[in-house]
Design a protein around this ligand. Sequence first.
Ligand SMILES: O=P(O)(O)OC[C@H]1O[C@](O)(CO)[C@@H](O)[C@@H]1O
Length: 518
Amino acid sequence: MTHIRCDGTAAWAALQKHYDSVGLGFDIRQAFASDPGRFAALSQSAPHVFADLSKNLLDARTEQLLLDVARETGLEAHRDAMFAGRHINATEDRAVLHTLLRRPASAPVGGDLAAAFGDVQATLDAMLAYAEKVRADSTITDVVNIGIGGSDLGPQMAVLALDQFVAPGKRFHFVSNVDGHELAGILRGLAPEHTLFLIASKTFTTAETMANAQSAKRWFEQSGGVDIARHFAALTTNVAAAKAFGIDTTFGFWDWVGGRYSMWSAIGLPIALAIGADGFRGLLAGAHAMDEHFRTAPLAQNLPVRLGLLDVWYRNFHRFTTRSIAPYHSALKRLPAYLQQLEMESNGKQVDMAGQLLTFGTSPVLWGEPGTNGQHAYFQMLHQGTDVTPLEFIAVRDAAHDLPGHHSKLLANALAQAQALMLGQRDAGGHKNFPGNRPSTFFVFEQLTPESLGAFLALYEHRVFTSGALWGINSFDQWGVELGKVLARDIEPRLASGDVAGLDASTAGLLARLRPRA
Ligand SMILES: O=P(O)(O)OC[C@H]1O[C@](O)(CO)[C@@H](O)[C@@H]1O
């Protein structure tokens, strides 16, 4: 497959010229003053979400040139290759087919993907039937998901986000850290006969998850638990390893589902247990609607593409190094952490598909907290600091509670912050001066539902795909997590033995301080 990197296109050079002449000094306030159609031109609806891009350092010409870059790099062909199941994750020789997990049974696929789609549907049906059975079992009061990274962040984020749809009677716990304080704290409040453990691991080899799973099993047996088959289930591609661990109930998935793209697979079982089979199908349906938008909408009206192009504009021309997420909904508390893995593990790369070192920046640092909390913590820097951080507001029109007055205060704050960042306050002088012209994107959902959450997450996935495709990187591997794992395996026995031979002086000195005292 021929893939041209963004910096090898003719449009890239034109974009640099445009940045030097227009982009660098662009003023959003002037752009609104001179163009009454700006809001309409730079905002759009996509399935379940409305996005306003008009408060960005962006105009029609910039978008045009970015679209030219996208076309020259072959973005559409790359996207189509993903949907068709080509092995676009070349360094692992794998297809990238999380979109197939969201495809409804009513839209079967033929050809090469028919068998995989059949497996997806069969596993989904089995997993949802199991979820309904456990939901109906009132003796199970606590569900503990043991997994890390993609086997934790998506389910944890979604169970919290969809709290208003969670049936009473079950508590959900998420254990990810190898730090025993986390598991021990949760086990303290549990009884084995009322607990279901889900061991979630694509590979079933991840050190943290295996350590937590072993400790959970030991606790279960030592606290009088019987019937592991009923109280443990595994969510994994490695069914043999789950069996060897002693787990019979396994819901599988496939190597073409990346960890950070796996909440749509069996890894989503905690979500199905929390919101039920219909809710889980709603989540998939929302994501599928966004997949179809990404697959079929013309690039100029394709929301994930427009966002991904904006990300390239900001990272490579304005050279912004971070982007902040501000969900104005407390149930979206874990969304920034989820998006961190999605974007930074996907696009935090320094070489292109051919292994050549890049000469431009890739993934920004993603970070954030729910509004209005962030306003009272770090928004000072966003308004008056020396660096510009593009901000993303996420607001939900309808509240799911009936406490009077709260929701309008919340929404007013979101609108006011976006306005203040853009308008600034330039005549106040000194410490009270706000430079303004600080960019933000504003997303609106009508309600926070499984459908709208699914659509929004798929929007982000495809946005990350878009910037990654322009940069010419493989957004679907994660070699950067391996070295630390190898070194930890070498260091762990040294903590017991005290052997520091061959270690650098700093690591040796720290190890000596951290060794358990006799
Ligand atoms: O599901 P697994 O195989 O336990 O992996 C967990 C996580 O670890 C990583 O491989 C990173 O170490 C992630 O990509 C993945 O989501």
